[in-house]
Design a protein around this ligand. Structure first.
Ligand SMILES: Nc1ncnc2c1ncn2[C@@H]1O[C@H](COP(=O)(O)OP(=O)(O)OP(=O)(O)O)[C@@H](O)[C@H]1O
Ligand SMILES: [Mg+2]
Length: 454
């Protein structure tokens, strides 16, 4: 059942219960009123009849006196006085004034109560005429209660109708945005994060609508960021692949060709018995193979740094510097690397930070010097610093994948990362601190390796 109908049904039920309680009270009150009125009416009539009977004198007009007494009650609203013969026949009766709008039978039946009647014997000789009976008739009194009830129920019924109409209208207004909200939630469920609800209605609901809009906005932003990161990731992968392809083509290709040429020459030289030249050819082939091996190792270490890290951070950092020195010989690399083994996950993250930090410095800063530091701090943290003396961060917005990736890696180890321009505007300093586990001891500790690679 929709919420609006359910609330209305509840309010209607409460109002109906109030009406029933009001009806029961009115019934009780009416019953008492009719009983009181009829009792007092019959008491007054009884005293009037007995007064009249006591002054009645026997004689020729005795019957006329009795009839006068009866007619003095004509038009009474509650009392009927009757003259009944000794054999029980009705001789005469006063005329009762009945209500113009009589109450319904069921109400009369409910309120009239027991029959109230009194009988008086006529005095002396008049006894033979018969007896006088007075009876209370509650039609008029019940009629008054009926009029009263009709008015009360008309007022209460009108009030209930107005209340229900007002509740119906205001619930409709207040709940209309909830329908919007439900269809907006459906859209979000289907992956459409542009859904928006208008923030109207009562304050409590407004808060929900606002929270929904914020949530949809954040989902929209996250989706856009994911899309962007995915695009960047594929661009980075694409760049990496073409760089490796270029390297293989430029560095391995000529040596393969040279080795092939030298190998082809050997049979001819052998047939000519030019032993010295055969030896030279074999040396040349070995040189080519050695060159290819070195280069292949470089490519492999870029593809699988974990392999590099197996040998420890100082060696991995040397390889990293070797990679960049081959491409940017003018950069001076200053390193200060703790010669100690740390948990593999921490070493891997440390290396990735040094790799991306160096790559950023070279790509964006055109520095003369890059400093790489990995040191254990006294607070039990591993502090990794990549600093350069390049241009500093000039871009207003950072749309790259590198820093975001670094942040995620560092956060996964409960560490912290900060990157800022160095003081006096000379280059950038990237600082990462990762908490070391308590058991990460100094068993394998040597003197820190400090190198300068110019
Ligand atoms: N050492 C630095 N010197 C100057 N600018 C830097 C340096 N490091 C980072 N930046 C700035 O921060 C931005 C974000 O770096 P980030 O590594 O996230 O992205 P990117 O290097 O541009 O791209 P990606 O790493 O995804 O290939 C860079 O675009 C650059 O503007
Ligand atoms: Mg980068």
């Amino acid at each position: 059942m929709p919420l609006r109908r359910r609330l209305l049904a509840l309010v209607a039920l409460v109002l109906a219960l109030c009406l029933i309680a009001g009806g029961a009270l009115s019934y009780w009150h009416g019953l008492r009123k009719v009983d009181l009125e009829m009792s007092s009416a019959i008491d007054v009539a009884a005293s009037a009849v007995s007064d009249a009977l006591s002054t009645m004198s026997p004689g020729a007009d005795a019957r006329a006196q009795v009839l006068r007494l009866l007619s003095s009650f004509d038009g009474d609203r509650h009392i009927r006085v009757s003259l009944v013969s000794p054999d029980g026949k009705l001789i005469n009766a006063s005329r009762l004034q009945l209500p113009s709008d009589p109450p319904p039978r069921w109400l009369y039946w409910l309120l009239s109560g027991s029959t109230r009647e009194r009988t008086f014997d006529l005095p002396g000789d008049l006894r033979k005429i018969g007896t006088i009976t007075i009876a209370a008739d509650s039609h008029n009194e019940v009629g008054e209660v009926w009029e009263d009830l009709k008015l009360k129920f008309a007022i209460i019924g009108g009030f209930c109708g107005v209340v229900l109409a007002l509740i119906y209208a205001s619930l409709g207004r207040a709940l209309r945005p909830l329908e919007q909200l439900s269809s907006a939630l459906d859209r979000v469920g289907d992956g459409d994060y542009t859904a928006h609800v208008s923030e109207d209605g009562p304050d409590d609901l407004k808060r929900i609508y606002r929270a929904f809009n914020r949530m949809a906005e954040q989902l929209r932003d996250s989706e856009q960021q994911n899309q962007r990161l995915n695009e960047q990731l594929s661009t980075v992968q694409e760049e990496e692949r073409s760089e490796i392809a270029r390297d293989l083509h430029d560095e391995i290709g000529p040596f393969l060709f040279a080795a092939d040429v030298d190998a082809q020459a050997i049979p001819l030289l052998v047939s000519r018995q030019a032993n010295d030249e055969v030896v030279n050819c074999s040396k040349a082939i070995r040189q080519s193979v050695q060159h290819m091996q070195v280069h292949l190792r470089g490519v492999l270490s870029r593809l699988r740094p974990a392999h590099l890290i197996d040998q420890g951070l100082p060696i991995a950092v040397e390889q990293l510097i070797g990679f960049w020195k081959a491409r940017r010989p003018q950069i001076d690399f200053q390193t200060d690397i703790e010669d100690e083994r740390f948990p593999t996950a921490i070493e891997e993250v440390a290396f990735r930070i040094l790799q991306e930090g160096t790559s950023n410095a070279v790509r964006h800063g055109q520095p003369g010097t890059i400093g790489l530091t990995v040191r254990r701090t006294e607070g039990g943290m591993l502090r990794i610093v990549v600093s350069d003396d390049g241009s500093g961060i000039t871009a207003k917005t950072t749309r790259g994948f590198g820093l975001a990736g670094m942040r995620e890696r560092v956060a996964s180890l409960d560490g912290r990362l900060s990157i800022a321009d160095q003081k006096e505007g000379k280059g950038v300093m990237l600082i990462v601190e990762i908490p070391l586990p308590a058991s990460s001891g100094n068993s394998n500790k040597h003197e820190p390796l400090t190198t300068s690679a110019a």
